[in-house]
Ligand binder design. Structure first.
Ligand SMILES: [Zn+2]
Length: 179
């Protein structure tokens, strides 16, 4: 019985440590070395959990795995600079006019994936917006230095509006608009 309690306490401590690893400022790890060491930390925390018998589908392991992949993708990403990010409501006729529910690329839009950028970026280009996540360029209508993020509501648009650091993760293969 004592052994089991010690085991549970150890597991709880490791889960707390893993969550602390995830909560650490991800913004401080933009450079390759930072991303590499963060991956090592995240990997070590996940291995510890596994060694204690925590299942692969456990939320703690899943969060660590997501963080490992975020670092992996960012390691080879190209830093673009700081962009002005705004949101647009895909389903609002006032915001979208005749484009309501449609993207310029013809792909059905999806909140959490679709963004609009200028035609310097081919359709299908995958970007990373600091603190927000990965998105795909599927729409147009904004100028250089700007990103419009597909949102489900006006409140969501206002909530995300700001200046963010942005990276290109994968160049799109789709033809830039107008070429
Ligand atoms: Zn609107």
């Amino acid at each position: 019985m004592k052994k089991i309690i010690a085991y549970i306490l150890a597991a709880a401590a490791v889960i707390a440590l893993s969550l602390a690893v995830l909560a650490a400022d991800a913004g401080a790890t933009e450079d390759r070395d930072g991303l590499k060491s963060r991956q090592e930390e995240v990997h070590a925390a996940a291995e510890l959990l596994r060694s204690l018998g925590v299942a692969e589908d456990d939320p703690a392991i899943k969060a660590l795995s997501d963080e490992w992949w975020r670092c992996q993708k960012l390691k080879n990403a190209k830093y673009l600079g700081t962009y002005t990010v705004t949101g647009y409501d895909l389903w609002c006729a006032h915001c979208q006019g005749r484009w309501v529910g449609v993207t310029a690329s013809g792909i059905p839009p999806e909140v959490g994936r679709t963004v609009a950028m200028c035609d310097q970026f081919a359709f299908g280009t995958e970007i990373y917006i600091e603190g927000m996540g990965f998105y795909t360029v599927e729409d147009r209508g904004v100028g250089p230095g700007k990103i419009d993020v597909a949102c489900a509501s006006h409140a969501d648009c206002y909530a995300l509006t700001g200046r963010y650091k942005v990276w290109v993760v994968n160049e799109g293969s789709g033809r830039p608009c107008g070429s």
